[in-house]
Design a protein around this ligand. Structure first.
Ligand code: C5P
Length: 452
């Protein structure tokens, strides 16, 4: 039996369990873009079927949550994008009292005796081949074929989990993409892959394009406006600035030809563009859904998806932008305050409770890319819940090309300091006991200086 067939089989078992269950159901999802998309798929599946259910979205599943769920009224607990890592505790605490279905893609701690959908059991990589939203879509589609439209949210979830690489979905996600294209649920075409494609004025998308550098356009608003006008493309429509996605395909071609004719680099800017039914580019929309979770408004993410509330999407985006600016201001204002910001082999942002743990990663990324520090590695650390600290680290591409792998280094330090973490060569993160923070910083400084 192929991996996909095996997955379908466990999805069909899960669908049957939910279909046959007459009591109240509790849906529990995780708070990132993939988790919110998965929750929305399950929400819609249950809602369309007229099931009686409540839902909640949490950041992490702790044993105390499982204990609490055991006491709730609901007889069936459906976990999405969460649960596989805590399968042993679910088995131990919950299965004697409740029916349990888990639809997840994270590394499972065990299979358990409950219905446990996870690609790892079928030899499929849950890291890049399918996300929890994809798994939950397979479940919803097995439940009722009419749920096919929900495949759009499966792709939003996969995008949020960085499963699209160089513009392409892979593995089972590729099959989901094909399903979405065949059914005209999303649109895919080659186009200019610029920041803010569907959310920022075109002149800004051009102005903010700095890699590659576009002579006379990058960081030059007047130049960007002039360039668009020179191609015979209107910069405004009904008084409002147009976004790149407001342009017709012909107009976009005119811009591309304009770049080519003027000898500016175009190839690095061309990529597959996936456009959702609501007009958003998929990556930008998954950023909005992700922002809901980070702002503690995960249920707004479900509302945006299930009610297509685009006004709310705009409100959340603005709030997210403000929060990032505020967090960056802390770094800027403490430039001379060695207690929080310093540079010693690596750039350090020791924010304590001045930046939320959900924002420290973004702040670290921006502080790395905007040249705030001279060091080739930047680390941010902020207080997290339950006496922990959240660590984020980023390295320059140059250092990575020389062989540095931050994910491995962070993983090694975590093993010594009772942390949980890892990641990739350019970006890695961890949760550590707060009392080990200073030692963590020292160890990273030492490892970087011995490798760099
Ligand atoms: O949290 P942050 O944005 O710093 O994470 C950077 C990368 O490290 C992400 O790709 C994330 O998946 C990974 N990571 C991890 N384990 C953690 C935290 C982050 O693998 N505990």
């Amino acid at each position: 039996m192929s991996g996909l067939e095996e997955l379908r089989e466990s999805a069909s078992e899960a669908a049957e369990k939910i279909r046959d269950f007459d009591g109240k159901i509790r849906l529990v999802g995780q708070y990132d873009a993939d988790g919110i998309s998965a929750t929305s798929i399950a929400y819609e599946m249950l809602n369309r079927a007229g099931k009686d259910f409540e839902y909640e979205i949490i950041k992490q599943l702790y044993e105390e949550d499982i204990e609490r769920l055991k006491e709730e009224d609901e007889g069936l607990i459906l976990f999405v994008d969460i649960g596989s890592g805590k399968a042993s505790s679910i088995e131990e605490i919950l299965t004697s009292e409740k029916d349990v279905v888990v639809s997840d893609h994270h590394e499972p701690s065990e299979k358990g005796s409950f219905i446990h959908m996870n690609p790892h059991f079928s030899g499929i990589d849950g890291g890049e081949a399918i996300s929890a939203a994809g798994m939950t879509f397979i479940l919803a589609h097995e439940f009722d074929e009419e749920n096919i439209d929900l495949v759009e949210w499966a792709l939003i979830g996969a995008t949020g989990d960085m499963q699209k690489q160089e513009g392409e979905f892979m593995g089972l996600n590729k099959g989901l993409e094909e399903l979405a294209l065949e059914n005209n649920i999303i649109e895919k075409r080659r186009g200019l892959d610029l920041y803010g494609r569907s959310t920022k004025p075109l002149k800004d998308s051009l102005k903010y394009t700095t890699d590659p550098h576009l002579e006379g356009i990058s960081n030059d608003e007047m130049g960007a406006v002039q360039f668009v006008k020179n191609q015979g493309v209107d910069i405004r429509e009904n008084g409002d600035f147009r976004t790149l996605s407001d342009l017709t395909p012909e107009e976009e071609k005119q811009l591309i030809n304009g770049l080519i004719k003027t000898g500016r680099p175009v190839k690095p800017l061309l990529n597959n563009i996936y456009t959702l039914k609501n007009g958003y580019e998929i990556g930008e929309f998954s950023t909005v859904i992700n922002a809901c979770g980070r702002l503690g408004r995960a249920k707004d993410g479900v509302k945006i998806l299930t009610e297509q509330d685009l006004g709310l999407a705009k409100t959340v985006s603005r709030a997210y932008g403000r929060k990032i600016s505020e967090s960056l201001r802390f770094v800027e204002n403490n430039r001379e305050n060695e207690e929080h910001i310093y540079e010693d082999r690596i750039g350090v942002i020791d924010a304590e409770d001045n930046i939320e743990d959900d924002f420290i990663g973004t702040v670290t990324t921006i502080s790395m890319s905007n040249g705030f520090f001279d060091s080739p590695v930047v680390m941010g650390v902020a207080h997290a819940e339950k006496g922990k600290s959240k660590v984020s680290s980023r390295a320059t591409k140059e250092l990575v090309e020389e062989g540095l792998n931050l994910g491995e280094i962070i993983g090694e330090i975590c093993e010594e300091l009772d942390g949980e973490g890892g990641g990739h060569n350019v970006a890695a993160g961890a949760k550590i006991p707060r009392e080990n923070k200073d030692e963590f910083i020292e160890m990273l400084q030492e490892k970087i200086s011995s490798e760099a």
